[in-house]
Design a protein around this ligand. Structure first.
Ligand code: FAD
Length: 357
């Protein structure tokens, strides 16, 4: 167990976590940031916009995911840990950044205990765990996208394995997209294939209609599952639904070009989007009684404080970014929610509060 007791521990170093850490240190708090980027595959969604430029966020023009992630790190590094005097008492402020995938968050009286795996995960090797203590904690760990289980071309297996993540996150405009709002502009008036089922996928189709009216919905062998009213609109909009199971990707180098279907037909499109749902990065909260929506995203009050199942704020526990329930958040929202969480966590540590009467 580390000797240090941090004021604020931030879990995740995407835009939400970074902003929360900077805002809390700006209020003179001693902040620990634990991020799983180098320890696990979970690098955060902001990272994965690999070669597609981020266009609609308050970041440098032309920046891509990995550079954006680097700049966020540099921003936090600009606030190193230093001591300062307040009256005659020594205090500490600044940000301690550590590689660490948080595996458990518990509370012992007034302090949070954070367990994190701090070395790269290796098959057949036990995790290297470290423990930290903190007065408050901010969950900014985002979510991962659910991916369909579609084979890569057997004869090209090695190449495709190597490029699996490139394909998945639209490393080029011919990979899989996961965010129509983010990448739709790359396919104006082009043929877009959307993968998913139910009324859920039609929500993505509605977004896609801002960019193109050439849309096909692929269900990958499942019944479409759309409600009558949605189906009526799908037909009015002349959106094709294909329920055949997909056999494998058709690709060339890192470009995805289409699919071979189980019935032998081939389908070619300009752009692919998958919307099969999400997996919240909140495993470390197992055992906590907290409010979440049907997708597992966290519900907070307006101070970004997490709530128990009775709607009561959980002392010292905050959340920000994509992990927050609501319309899918994006980078600018993640910054805004992160700032709110960083300030609220800092305020909660004040010794003196305004008198109630
Ligand atoms: C391909 C793609 C393109 C996108 N394009 C745009 C765009 O153009 N414009 C836009 O505004 N938005 C875009 N987005 C959305 C945007 O990336 C997200 O809204 C934003 O990154 C959310 O920020 P966040 O900080 O909440 O989460 P993330 O950026 O997902 O960061 C999560 C952080 O948590 C860490 N983490 C996860 N689990 C743990 C754990 N157990 N312990 C410790 N750390 C953990 C990760 O390492 C990461 O640092 C895009 C997303 C994708 C996938």
């Amino acid at each position: 167990m580390s000797e240090t007791i941090y004021d604020v521990t931030v879990i995740g170093a995407g835009p939400a976590g970074t902003q929360a850490a900077v805002s809390a240190s700006h209020q003179m708090r001693h902040v620990l940031v634990l991020h799983s980027g180098k320890v696990s595959f979970s690098r955060g969604r902001a990272y994965w916009s690999k070669s597609v430029e981020i266009e609609d966020a308050p970041v440098f023009p032309g920046i891509t995911g990995p550079n954006f992630a680097k700049e966020l790190m540099r921003w936090m590094e600009s606030r190193p840990v230093v001591n300062f005097m307040l009256g005659d008492k020594k205090h500490t402020t600044g940000i301690d950044i550590k590689d660490g995938m948080v595996t458990r968050l518990t509370r012992d009286n007034d302090l949070f205990e954070i367990e994190a795996s701090t070395a790269a995960l290796k098959k057949d090797k036990p995790m290297q765990l470290q423990h930290f203590r903190s007065r408050t904690a901010i969950v900014a760990s985002g979510f991962d996208d659910k991916w369909p289980d579609i084979e890569f071309q057997a004869d090209e297996k090695r190449l495709y394995k190597q490029y699996a993540t490139v394909f998945r996150y639209a490393g080029n405009r011919k990979g899989w997209h996961v965010c129509i709002r983010c990448d739709g502009h790359l396919h104006v008036n082009e043929h877009l294939a959307l993968l998913g089922v139910g009324d859920y996928i039609y929500e993505a189709a509605i977004g896609a209609q801002d960019f193109t009216d050439k849309i096909t919905i692929l269900t990958n062998g499942r019944p479409h599952g759309m409600s009558t009213s949605v189906l009526k609109q799908v037909q009015e909009r002349k959106i094709q639904i294909i329920e055949t199971k997909i056999k494998q990707h058709i690709g060339e180098k890192t470009d995805l070009l289409g699919f071979e279907m189980m019935d032998g037909t081939k389908l070619f499109f300009h752009g692919f989007l998958v919307d099969e749902g999400l997996i919240p990065n909140t495993k470390f909260l197992d055992g906590w009684d907290y409010q979440k929506d049907e997708e597992g995203l966290i519900v907070t009050n307006e101070d970004m404080q997490m709530l128990d199942s009775n709607g009561k704020p959980i002392p010292g526990l905050f959340a920000a970014g994509d992990i927050i329930s609501g319309e899918r958040n994006l980078i600018a929202t993640a910054f805004a929610l992160g700032q709110e969480a960083g300030l609220s966590a800092s305020d909660s540590l004040r010794k003196w509060h305004y008198p109630n009467n």
